[in-house]
Design a protein around this ligand. Structure first.
Ligand SMILES: [Zn+2]
Ligand SMILES: [Zn+2]
Length: 108
């Protein structure tokens, strides 16, 4: 089960993201990327950075929000064709591939 918390990206942080990752398309509202978790700190992926293996994340709690640059989670799973984990190194709870037993098919 994915965490169901959403957060609007504050304008100032959206602008900062554009400066750091000008090529990315920016979601103005992010869902927490973690599996359902304890605690009130949530993480939404803003953009992959050009710097190898890092990404820009929005981190928020009820009363604060900021940008953090985090290394990608190094785990890639056991399947040969696994896409690996799309979270950051040291994240709590499950890796993303452990959490999606039933992939939602792409509507083509
Ligand atoms: Zn969350
Ligand atoms: Zn992971």
């Amino acid at each position: 089960m994915r965490c169901t918390h959403w957060r609007r990206v504050p304008l100032a942080l959206a602008q900062e993201t554009r400066q750091k990752a000008p090529d990315g398309c920016l979601d103005r509202t992010l869902q927490c990327q973690l599996s359902a978790h304890e605690g009130d700190e949530h993480y939404g992926l803003l953009a992959e950075l050009a710097t190898h293996d890092t990404a820009l994340w929005l981190r928020w709690r009820a009363d604060y929000v900021n940008l953090v640059v985090l290394r990608d989670c190094p785990f890639t799973g056991s399947e040969p064709d696994s896409q690996g984990c799309s979270l950051f190194a040291g994240h709590p709870e499950h890796h993303t591939w452990q959490d999606n037993p039933e992939e939602v098919p792409c509507a083509s």
